[in-house]
Structure formats: C-alpha cells, structure tokens
Design a protein around this ligand. Structure first.
Ligand code: SF4
Length: 224
C-alpha cells in the first residue's frame, strides 16, 4: 500500500480546524512559497517525516475514535498541501469509514484532477485563498492564482460551496483591509457564504484584528 511522508500528527484539537475533536495530520511539501509560512520546514526535502500508509495512520489515530464520534469530529489533513495526496486521503477514508469527519486545510493551488479525486473523501474544505488579486497573490506566494480560481469555480459548479470555509487573510506588507474586502466580495459573488477573516502573524508578531461581522469571525494566526 502507498506510503506518504507525514511530518506531524497533532491530537485532541478543538475549534481550530473542524467540528468537534480533531486530529491534525500534516503532510510534507507544498507548491507555494508564502512569505509568512508558519511551517517552512514542511517545504524542505530534508524535513523529518515518517513514512506511513493510510492503514498505519488509521491505526495510530483510531485511539481517539471515541472523541470523534462523541463530538462529531475527526481528522483534518493539512501541511504543506494535503490535496497533493488525494489518493492517500481516499484510501484513508476507506480505512476509517463514513463516521469520522474528514477535513482538508488547503490553498487549492493544485491540479483540478487532484481536487476531483479527493472530493468524495472530504466532508469540509478550509480554503486559504491568500488574496483574489493575481498580482498580490504572486508577490506573496511566488505563483499565479489561476488554478485556485478554476478550483473555486469547480466547487461551486458541483454544488459544494456550502461545504467550504473560505479563509481570507490580512497579510502584513502585502494587502490591506480594502483588498480583503474586495476578495470577500468576489468569493461571495461566486456563491460562497462561509468566510473567515483573520490576520496573518509575522515572526510571532500579533496584528490588530479585522472588525468582526455577524457572519465572519476575525482572529490572528500564523500563515497556514
Ligand atoms: S503557508 Fe501553507 S500554502 Fe503557503 S507555503 Fe506554507 S504550507 Fe504552503
């Protein structure tokens, strides 16, 4: 069975990356190079990792199954970029069955084929779009955002917008509150309604929160 590099497993989380109690599983590797990336070590080839099969990961995580079932929680795949491990996540879903929630924290900067492959295994996607403006996105990530825009459209066309939380950060030195408002406007226009505004932290520095609205919470946190 395929094995994949797992950089970290964080148990018994509440309120950060999914409903109920979750275990966060971090994959190594990401196609982006965000300036304020929280986990730059995950981008390196020599990042200390364990090679695990979906079955081995399931056996390790199932110790918290009672918590998952009691709280409606489960597993959140992050990283790095989890959607580059679509077949692994599909196999993991076969191991754990339908009762656990499976979430992904993704930039959506992945091929459409990877998104299509992983969707049947996921309950919810947390999508950090950075900024909808192509120029800002390129400056901040080193890449263009056409794949993100295509994949957002795919999710809408598949009727899956309600299973997505769109994270829109205020990025120190790269965008502004006016720019985040414009990103909010664009994703709402596409059909997304669950939008999470927050501020990236940089080198541990805390930044002022955006004003909260009834629909949006605003918190400070590091880059994904
Ligand atoms: S912040 Fe997330 S998307 Fe950006 S480089 Fe780091 S792991 Fe990749």
């Amino acid at each position: 069975m395929e094995k994949t590099e797992i950089a970290a497993i964080s148990r018994l989380r509440m309120g950060w990356d999914g409903e109920g109690v979750t275990t966060l599983v971090a994959f190594r590797g990401c196609p982006l190079r965000c300036r304020w990336c929280l986990n730059p070590q995950l981008l390196e080839q020599d990042c200390p990792c364990r090679l695990l099969s979906p079955k081995a990961l399931f056996e390790e995580i199932r110790q918290d199954e009672l918590y998952f079932l009691a709280t409606g929680g489960g597993v959140t795949f992050g990283g790095g970029e989890p959607l580059l491990h679509a077949s692994f996540i599909r196999s993991f879903r076969e191991e754990c069955g339908p009762q656990w929630k499976i979430n992904a924290e993704t930039s959506l900067h992945v091929p459409e084929t990877a998104l299509r492959e992983v969707l049947p295994a996921l309950d919810h996607l947390y999508i950090d779009i950075k900024d909808m403006d192509p120029g800002t996105y390129r400056l901040y990530t080193g890449a263009d955002n056409r794949a993100v825009l295509r994949n957002l459209s795919l999710l809408v066309s598949q009727g899956l917008a309600s299973r997505c939380t769109i994270r829109i950060p205020l990025i120190p030195e790269f965008n502004s509150q006016e720019a985040t408002a414009e990103s909010v406007r664009k994703v709402r226009e596409m059909g997304f309604t669950d939008i999470d505004l927050f501020t990236y932290t940089k080198n541990g520095e805390r930044k002022k929160n955006l004003p909260a609205t009834p629909e949006n919470t605003a918190t400070d946190r590091p880059g994904k």
